[in-house]
Design a protein around this ligand. Structure first.
Ligand SMILES: Cc1cc2nc3c(=O)[nH]c(=O)nc-3n(C[C@H](O)[C@H](O)[C@H](O)COP(=O)(O)OP(=O)(O)OC[C@H]3O[C@@H](n4cnc5c(N)ncnc54)[C@H](O)[C@@H]3O)c2cc1C
Length: 562
């Protein structure tokens, strides 16, 4: 068995990035922390044309074994951030099973298939994803990075945040930013500087995480071996890798666990340790904590800076990506003068409860994985196995009903339900569509980085007053129509997309329906298309858009036909 340290990792796999470096004196958004969440935000803001400086205290991508699983929501956000399917390797996971040494399989989640155009669950290699995000960010002329540069402090003024950066060469630089985003990880300085202590419990258990290649008996799924003596999550990953996570027993030390002899012993049940290459190993203590508020004034927290979770449901980074999608467009719309500053308050209102719900699920999963004794294991695992005898409970677990839905109870959307399947404050589904050019794409590509008025089997702009439409377009709005397969209308062919798999008709709404969809694909408003003028005006009011319909109409009559 070959054991490699972190420093000898597979650098060849990490594509070269040549960041546009430098520290401008003034910028729209300063991102502190260029990990996966900071890099996703840089891409999203870059797509909206926002001037961004992302700084990171480290020059290199962090190589220790961390996130390995992403769900369909995360993949959709990465798509939104501009990543293409081939940008990083993924392995689709067909199922997740929970196994007890006494009872055998007592739980199973079906992760085969897709939701919103992406596999329900994949494993991936975090450094490769981070490299892809950094590479894509370079495509945006408005994104600059400064690596080896750390935030030292900042002060907030009425109209800006003035940050002091330590440039790593004994000097400091000052940057004036309209907004500052702390994506600086679990030990966030930004969080400390805005006085937001973490609350919530810390797990006392330590875990050894091992990534290896060349297992003799590889698996194609994820399994949790819920042995009270030593629980072990085990999963397949890209590039012939597998991951094991071993809970430390009382008295076991980090040094002992990270030693070659112990790793050999732990991996022996999977056969052929002589042939295995141990790529990465690290002992972690997991935490479950959420900041009391995700923002203060012009400063926002995102990713691990805002919330940290045990990894038992693979949602730490996923939650950070949800933050990125939720926050980026709001900041962009405010900076572009399309929305009132007040919409920024909805970031905390929308994101914090969901992040907390995911952490609660991870804690629940932790209790299943780590029973305290043989008796507790039999009781808990046996009960779960019994509940699976009923079809409803089996569906609930197998089909991920247990996972909190990304639907906001409060936030930036029209109140109440409309009566359609669409939920205001919930996601617009994504399907496969054929565009005006005949190419088949995922439907979010039709929406683009815009606020969208979507028509279901109808042109939603038809009933919209010319002045309202001009204001909508001046507010970053675009019009899209999804029609039944083979039913595109010649009048506005350029905005008409065929719904190839029924995602929209009848999947989301009845014929003749309209919805206003935020750039993060959350439904802002919906109703019958004949009332689209009202939907548009109310949506602009919700955004607090300073763009008045009449003024926009007078200024840009040509936009009406777009
Ligand atoms: C063992 C393990 C398994 C996991 N499994 C999963 C999983 O399967 N799925 C999942 O979704 N998540 C998982 N996670 C969680 C996931 O790895 C994290 O949520 C994710 O990496 C957080 O990204 P981030 O960008 O918020 O923070 P980080 O990746 O920590 O990045 C923060 C960055 O900020 C920089 N920084 C810090 N302070 C400063 C400063 N003062 N100035 C400038 N820069 C600064 C750091 O150098 C760093 O680059 C796992 C984590 C662990 C440990």
């Amino acid at each position: 068995m070959e054991i490699q340290g972190h420093s000898t990792l597979r650098r060849a796999e990490i594509p070269d990035t040549e960041p546009r470096e430098g520290i401008p004196p003034e910028i729209d958004v300063l991102i502190v922390g260029y990990g996966p969440v900071g890099a996703a935000i840089a891409n999203l803001l870059g797509r909206f044309g926002v001037r961004v400086l992302a700084v990171d205290k480290d020059k290199e991508i962090f190589m220790a074994p961390r996130a390995i699983a992403l769900d369909n929501e995360a993949l959709r956000i990465l798509q939104m951030a501009g990543l293409e399917d081939g940008d990083f390797d993924k392995v689709a996971i067909p199922y997740v099973r929970m196994v007890s040494p006494q009872l055998g399989e007592f739980g199973r989640i079906n992760s085969l298939g897709q939701i919103d155009g992406h596999p329900k669950l994949v494993t991936f290699y975090q450094p490769q994803l981070e490299a892809a995000l950094r590479r894509r960010a370079l495509e945006h002329g408005s994104v600059q990075t400064a690596l080896g540069v750390s935030l030292a402090s900042f002060v907030e003024r009425d109209d800006a945040v003035i940050a002091t950066l330590d440039t790593g060469d004994g000097r400091t630089a000052s940057v004036r930013a309209r907004y500052l985003i702390g994506a600086d990880g679990a030990s966030s300085l930004v969080r400390q500087l805005i006085g937001q202590a973490f609350t919530g419990q810390t797990y006392a258990e330590d875990w050894l995480v091992v990534d290896a290649r060349g297992a003799e008996r590889p698996i194609d799924h994820i399994e949790f071996i819920c042995d009270y003596r030593r629980p072990v999550p085990h999963m397949t990953a890209p590039g012939g890798r597998e991951r094991w996570e071993f809970m430390l027993r009382p008295g076991e030390t980090r040094a002992e666990m990270e030693g070659d002899a112990k790793i050999r012993e732990l991996l022996a049940p999977w056969g052929g340790p002589a042939a295995m290459t141990i790529e990465r190993k690290a002992v972690y203590r997991f935490h479950a904590r959420t900041a009391k508020a995700f923002s203060k004034g012009r400063v926002f927290l995102a990713g691990d800076a805002a919330h940290i979770t045990p990894p038992f449901v693979g949602q730490g980074l996923v939650a950070g990506l949800r933050d990125a999608a939720n926050l980026s467009w709001k900041i962009a719309w405010v900076l572009h003068g399309r929305a009132a500053t007040a919409i920024l308050d909805s970031y905390d209102v929308e994101r914090r409860p969901h992040a907390k719900a995911m952490i609660d699920l991870a804690k629940f999963m932790g209790r299943l994985i780590m029973p305290r004794s043989a008796t507790v294991a039999l009781l808990v695992h046996g009960t779960l196995r019994l509940t699976r005898l009923t079809a409803a409970m089996r569906r609930y677990f197998d089909e991920l009903g247990i996972k909190p839905k990304n639907v906001f109870a409060r936030g930036l959307f029209a109140p109440k339900r409309s009566g359609a399947k669409l939920v205001r404050g919930g996601p617009l589904p994504q399907g496969w569509v054929r565009g005006p050019d005949g190419a088949v794409r995922r439907s979010d590509e039709a929406l683009g980085p815009a606020l969208t008025l979507v028509g279901f089997g109808c042109d939603p702009a038809e009933p919209v007053d010319a002045a309202s439409l001009a204001a909508f377009q001046a507010c970053g709005g675009r019009v899209v129509q999804f029609s039944h397969r083979g039913q595109t209308r010649p009048l506005h062919r350029e905005r008409c997309w065929e719904d190839l798999d029924g995602t929209f008709l009848p999947g989301a709404a009845p014929l003749g329906w309209a919805a206003v969809v935020r750039p993060d694909r959350t439904v802002l408003h919906d109703g019958p298309a004949r009332e689209a003028d009202r939907l548009v005006r109310e949506s602009l009011a919700l955004l607090g858009s300073p763009i008045r319909a009449e003024a926009a109409y007078a200024a840009a009559p040509a936009a009406m036909t777009a």
